[in-house]
Every structure is written in structure tokens, then in C-alpha cells.
Ligand binder design. Structure first.
Ligand SMILES: [Zn+2]
Length: 717
């Protein structure tokens, strides 16, 4: 709904109640700004939430009005909600069964469970469905509102759509409605809830001493699709999926606290009689809302093009504050220049507290959490990589908002690709990720190392909780699609690939695109059906590996033996017609037809060499490759092969010896699983591995010997 009609509405029922309670006149905030004259998104799920934090108990009290619109062609008689915090409720939740209480190297504390409890749910009368509460200043946060309407509380029940056997999982709440919501209709539901945050933060959310990062904290309505509700349980290996809307959130915390949140702050915080203060945040066309508070935050500011940057940094990371802002500037400018407009006026970057790493490296609309350590050397660009990665999500997770439960690569995988490109352009060409004490590692090489740990356990596309293992989920959601798209980038060239990505953002922003939408957009822009490529990557587990299997060169002696009346190139023994006789592969009869024509005018005067290269496709994945053949006199020949057959032979009659042959000589096919077989030289045999492969092997060995490098990888889950 257009915002200008929304802001005029008054929440008449709240006023009546407040007067009935004898409450003081509620304090008033300014009206929120209208960010976008026309809504950018279909505003399906709109929230007004009053939330109060008790910093001692780590509990929050929430009063929420959801105004939800049915934009499908079918009526529905129920609502479904995600109650993500119940994933941390006990060891029988789906999340805990799948994780064993571990996530990204963090462990849930045995005393630190989190949960969310719905105290009351009421369907408002249809006439007041447009109501949006203004700030609810109740005399006592424990007070329940007697909201007019139909009480749904008794009919609520938990369902486990993905794992019916997980009967104790309480992360999906189903609420039958007393009447149908027809296509185009809206309903308003008032929810009173209490939640406890995990301590310390676990799996993206929670509290640590004075620090709070509050994510996935409110009852969030699922997505109604044409074939029903899409509302999955909270799984270990999954992120999120939600509809867009307008959020007004009033956050009450101790007066000395600093607050950061999704959206824009409206006015100044209001100080309450009990020593707390209420901060009002407003966000439009977002599909989630996260907030943080701590009295310790140091604030750093910056600007990138038309976007205000605010970084909230821990005091012991003070000297890294400017670095956070600079990395955010780099990220915003690259994304706007390469992939399209970021329509929001601001970005908030949160640096989690020590001991609260479980809340680091995560994305929310207009707010990201990064992470750093005291004294992080400049040449270890982990903070930059995390910020570029997490800001990237504001495109793939936020602006496009694909279903991360079902097609995780559309977010994490595309994001890994854009991270690789930006890291390399900004900090490359060598050592764009690590350039420290003589060690140089590119992000792309790092992703490839991770990919090769388990390249073929699954197709890239599966439900996030259905992969063979956590490692397979991670590889197929991050590293593998990152390399698949980097390979496509090199195949199409930078300009064409940028066109593809820009078209994808422009066509699909705010529309929840699927894999097929990405493939179709890319095919449209390129003018070629790219299904041959994507189908292999998305639906197959095939590995790509082309090798130079054999090279040889020898003096060509055309007249040897007896009887040269026949043309050997055309001669086929009747017994072998239609087949390649065994052992004949290097014979003149087999090979002359493939010889590149040479000028034979001085053939008698000069010695000539007969040379050959055999390429093999060792993996299932078919992809066109190039071959570079070098001769002793400096001549270089480039060949192309569509890569479809199992092998291809190239033969030459030349005035010089063949020296070396390389398949994919420019290293474009970054998803090739084995670089060590990509080239061969004729002599000496010991140098049969090209320089790049040697370097790669060295780094691979080095990295595999560093367990913390593999841990870094899990940082991005
Ligand atoms: Zn990510």
C-alpha cells in the first residue's frame, strides 16, 4: 500500500485502551519520512513492533501488529509464522538435532538457550485492518492489551513441514483463521510475545554481557505462494525467505545504550521515566529487521556515493574503525557501479564484541555484521572480504530475495562470485585476499581450495538441509557456484557478464527470482541458450577436468620403405574401414588428415617434424576449452575444442619441434578440478607441470596445513 495513506491512520483502538488503563498520554515521535514515493516492492508483510529489552535477563517483550496482504490468486484460511528463536529452545529442535549445538565453530552454551513464546494473538476486525499502531507507551511493559477482535491464541499449533518426525520443533507456527483471506485482501494480526536471546550469541543472534545482537527475533510470517505456504523449519544449513513490507519498530533499551538497526532512525530517542530510552526506526521495502545495542559502541561515519555509512565498532577494535568504513565504501561503490543502484539511503556496519563471534558475518537489510580482531594486519584482508561479502547480500539476499531454503546458491553463490570479482579488481591481481609476509593468496584460489575438498557429493541445487553433509551444503552454496560463475565470466568476458548481472538485478529486484530466471536472463543477454552450461552445474555433480594426456614430436621422414603409389592419407585397409585400428593413433595414415597444412615449397630442403597433442576430458562436465601449442622456433598455435567428446587429437607437420602444450592456457576455466594435468612439455619430462600449477600446489599444501584457514571458510555460513 502507498505510504502516504498509511501515515495518516491512527490506531484508534490503542488510544481507547490507553485511556481505559489510565495511562499517561503516550509520547509521540515525528512521523516517519517517506523514503520512496512509489513503493519499490509489493508490500505484503508490514510490521509495527514495540520491543523492550531487559538487559539483565536478556529477554525481550514485544507487541507487534502485522498487516499482511494475500497477493496470490487463491484464498487462504490460515497464516504461518517463523519462530526462529525456538531453534535454540532445547536439544530436540530441528536446528539442534541437525547441528548438535554447533554452528560456524561456535557452540551453544548449556545455560544459554533462547526461545520465543506467543502470549496472545488476535485477528483484528476487518474494519480496522488498516490500523497501524503509533508508539505504544504502556505504564508497565508486562501489560497485556485487550485488543478488540477474535482471539486466535487457543488455535495456534506447531507444524514440522520438512521433518514431521521432529515433533518437538517449534519453529513454524500455524494459525487457522476464522474467515478466508481472499485474493487481494489484507488482514491485521496483533501478537504479544516474549523472547529470550541465546547467550552468548549463537547462530547469528544473542547477547553477551552488555552487547546484544537481535536477529530473527520476532514472529515472521511465511510466504504464501500459489501452491500454499512456504514456511520451512529453522535448519542448521539454511538461511531465510520472506516477503517485503514497511517496518516501524520502537526499541526500548537502557538510556546509555547506542542502537543500530535496519532502516533509518526517526527523530531523537525518547527518554522514559524508568531510565530507559526508546529509539524509533523506520524501513521501507525490506523483508527483515535486525537491531543491536550496547553502551560500548564507538561510532564511525563515512559516505559512498549517495549512501551514508555508519559503523558501530567495539572499543578494542578502535584502530580498525576507519578500515570498516573504507571497506564499506569500496563495496557500495563497486556494487552500484557494476550491478545497479542500491536504493536505500544508508548502510550500518556492526562489529561484534569479543566472545560474540556467533553474531558476526551476517546480512540484514541495510545492516550487516562484520568482524575484526585487535591488530589485524593490513595485508590480511579478512575484514574487507567480510564487508564486501555481507554488503553483497544487500543485493542478492535483500533486493532480489530468492528462497534461500530451496536455492541457496542464488544468494550465497552469486555473492561469492561478486566478492571474488571485487576483491580481485580492488586488491589484486595477486594476493587480493592475503598479501602478508610474502604469502599471496587470491580469494578465487581460496574458494577453489575449498571446492576441491568435496567437489562432487551433490548437485548444486537442493533443499539446504538435504545435502550430503554440512561441507557439501557449504561448497554447493558458496565456493562451487562462485567458481561456476567465474568460469562463465571468463567465457563471456567481463563486459558481457556485467551486462548479464545488471539485467538480472534490474529485471528481478523485489521479485524472488528462481534459478530458471537467472538462466533465462543470462541466455537473453548473451543471445545463446546457456542451459547446456547451467544444467550441468545445477542438476549434476560432474567435475570439470581437461588434461593434456600426451605430447610427442619426431623427425618426419616421408619416404621410407617401398611402394609409394598410393596416398597414405586416403588409404584404409578394408579390414579396418570405419574404425580406428589399435596402435595406429600416431601412424601417418591415422594422422595426416589432421595435419595443419604447411607450405611444402621448401619441404625437401628443410627438416620437418611430425608432432601431436592428445587432449582428454576426464570429468563429466563438458565445456569448450582452448589449447596452446608452442614450437621450438617460437611459433604458437591456438586451437579450440568444444570439449564434448572424451578426447581430441591434434597433429602438426612443422619445421620445428613441438615444445609444449597447454589446455586452458589463460586459466579461464577456474572450475577445472586439476590444474596439474593442464600442460605438458616434450622434454625434459621433469618440467611437465606449468609454473602456475607449481605455485598452486605450493599454496594448496600451505593452506591445507593451516587449520585456521579452513575455519575462515566456515565464517561465512
Ligand atoms: Zn553470505
Amino acid at each position: 500500500m502507498p505510504h502516504n495513506t498509511m501515515k495518516k491512520r491512527n490506531c484508534w483502538w490503542l488510544w481507547i485502551l490507553l485511556i481505559a488503563f489510565g495511562a499517561a498520554q503516550p509520547q509521540q515521535f515525528d512521523k516517519p519520512p517517506v523514503l520512496f514515493k512509489e513503493p519499490l516492492s509489493p508490500r505484503i508483510a508490514n510490521y509495527d513492533i514495540d520491543v523492550r529489552l531487559d538487559p539483565q535477563t536478556k529477554m525481550i517483550q514485544g507487541k507487534q501488529l502485522l498487516t499482511w496482504k494475500n497477493t496470490t490468486a487463491n484464498e487462504t484460511a490460515e497464516l504461518q509464522f517463523h519462530l526462529y528463536l525456538n531453534g535454540f529452545r532445547n536439544n530436540r529442535s530441528t536446528f539442534m538435532i541437525e547441528s548438535g549445538g554447533r554452528h560456524r565453530g561456535n557452540k551453544i552454551d548449556r545455560q544459554g538457550w533462547g526461545f520465543i513464546e506467543i502470549n496472545q494473538m488476535t485477528l483484528l476486525p476487518a474494519a480496522s485492518s488498516d490500523a497501524v499502531p503509533n508508539y505504544i507507551q504502556l505504564p508497565n511493559p508486562e501489560t497485556r492489551l485487550e485488543v478488540p477482535g477474535e482471539d486466535l491464541t487457543a488455535d495456534m499449533g506447531f507444524i514440522q513441514p520438512d521433518n514431521p518426525e521432529h515433533i518437538h520443533d517449534k519453529t513454524v507456527l500455524r494459525v487457522p483463521l476464522p474467515r478466508m483471506v481472499k485474493p487481494g485482501e489484507s488482514v491485521s494480526v496483533y501478537v504479544d510475545f516474549t523472547a529470550k536471546l541465546p547467550e552468548p550469541p549463537f547462530a547469528r543472534t544473542g547477547a553477551k554481557e552488555e552487547y546484544f545482537f537481535v536477529g530473527q527475533w520476532f514472529p515472521k510470517v511465511g510466504v504464501l505462494e500459489e501452491d500454499g505456504w512456504n514456511c520451512h523449519q529453522f535448519h542448521l544449513n539454511s538461511e531465510f525467505f520472506a516477503d517485503y513490507g514497511v517496518y516501524n519498530v520502537w526499541i526500548t533499551v537502557p538510556q546509555a545504550n547506542i542502537v543500530g538497526a535496519t532502516g533509518l532512525q526517526v527523530g531523537q530517542p525518547l527518554v522514559n521515566d524508568d531510565g530507559s530510552a526508546t529509539h524509533y526506526y523506520h524501513a521501507e521495502d525490506v523483508h527483515d529487521f535486525a537491531w543491536t545495542t550496547s553502551p560500548e559502541y564507538l561510532e564511525f561515519k563515512g559516505k559512498a556515493q549517495d549512501v551514508e555509512i555508519r559503523a558501530l565498532v567495539q572499543p578494542d577494535h578502535r584502530e580498525q574503525g576507519a578500515r570498516h568504513v573504507e571497506a564499506a565504501r569500496v563495496a557500495i561503490e563497486y556494487f552500484q557501479n557494476w550491478y545497479g543502484d542500491y536504493p536505500y539511503p544508508n548502510l550500518t556496519v556492526i562489529d561484534p564484541r569479543r566472545g560474540a563471534e556467533g553474531s558476526g558475518g551476517m546480512e540484514y537489510p541495510t545492516l550487516i555484521t562484520a568482524g575484526t580482531n585487535y591488530g589485524m594486519p593490513e595485508g590480511v584482508r579478512l575484514p574487507e572480504m567480510v564487508i564486501i561479502h555481507e554488503f553483497g547480500h544487500n543485493y542478492w539476499y535483500h533486493l532480489l530475495a530468492s528462497n534461500e531454503f530451496e536455492e541457496s546458491w542464488l544468494d550465497e553463490g552469486i555473492n561469492t562470485y561478486t566478492e571474488i570479482q571485487i576483491m580481485n579488481d580492488q586488491y589484486g591481481p595477486r594476493g587480493d585476499f592475503i598479501d602478508f609476509l610474502g604469502v599471496q593468496v587470491n580469494d578465487r584460489e581460496y574458494q577453489r581450495l575449498v571446492y576441491l575438498l568435496l567437489p562432487d557429493a551433490d548437485p548444486m541445487l537442493r533443499n539446504a538441509w538435504d545435502y550430503y553433509s554440512n561441507m557439501s551444503y557449504a561448497i554447493n552454496s558458496y565456493a562451487r557456484p562462485g567458481l561456476v560463475l567465474s568460469t562463465l565470466h571468463n567465457y563471456l568476458g567481463q563486459e558481457k557478464m556485467l551486462e548479464v548481472m545488471r539485467a538480472y538485478v534490474a529485471r528481478w529486484r523485489f521479485k524472488h527470482p528462481t534459478s530458471r530466471d537467472f538462466i533465462n536472463t543470462a541466455s537473453d543477454v548473451v543471445g545463446e541458450d546457456l542451459s547446456w552450461f547451467f544444467d550441468q552445474a545445477l542438476y549434476g555433480n560432474g567435475v570439470l577436468d581437461y588434461s593434456v594426456d600426451r605430447v610427442f614430436t619426431r623427425v618426419y621422414e616421408p619416404d621410407r620403405g617401398v611402394d609409394f603409389d598410393y596416398n597414405p592419407a586416403e588409404f584404409v585397409h578394408p579390414a579396418h574401414a570405419g574404425e580406428s585400428p589399435p596402435g595406429m593413433e600416431d601412424s601417418l595414415a591415422d594422422s595426416l588428415a589432421e595435419i595443419t597444412p604447411v607450405d611444402s615449397s621448401d619441404a625437401d630442403a628443410e627438416k620437418r617434424y611430425y608432432s601431436g597433442v592428445n587432449l582428454r576430458r576426464l570429468g563429466e562436465f563438458k565445456f569448450p576449452v582452448e589449447l596452446r601449442v608452442e614450437f621450438e622456433d617460437g611459433e604458437v598455435i591456438r586451437e579450440t575444442w568444444d570439449g564434448k567428446d572424451l578426447w581430441k587429437k591434434f597433429r602438426y607437420l612443422k619445421p620445428a619441434r613441438l615444445v609444449s602444450a597447454s589446455v586452458d592456457p589463460d586459466n579461464k576455466v577456474v572450475m577445472d578440478a586439476n590444474f596439474t594435468n593442464n600442460s605438458k612439455v616434450v622434454e625434459p619430462a621433469a618440467a611437465g607441470i606449468n609454473k602456475l600449477s607449481v605455485r598452486w600446489l605450493f599454496w594448496m599444501q600451505f593452506l591445507l596445513d593451516q587449520p585456521e584457514f579452513l575455519n575462515l571458510f566456515s565464517f561465512f555460513l
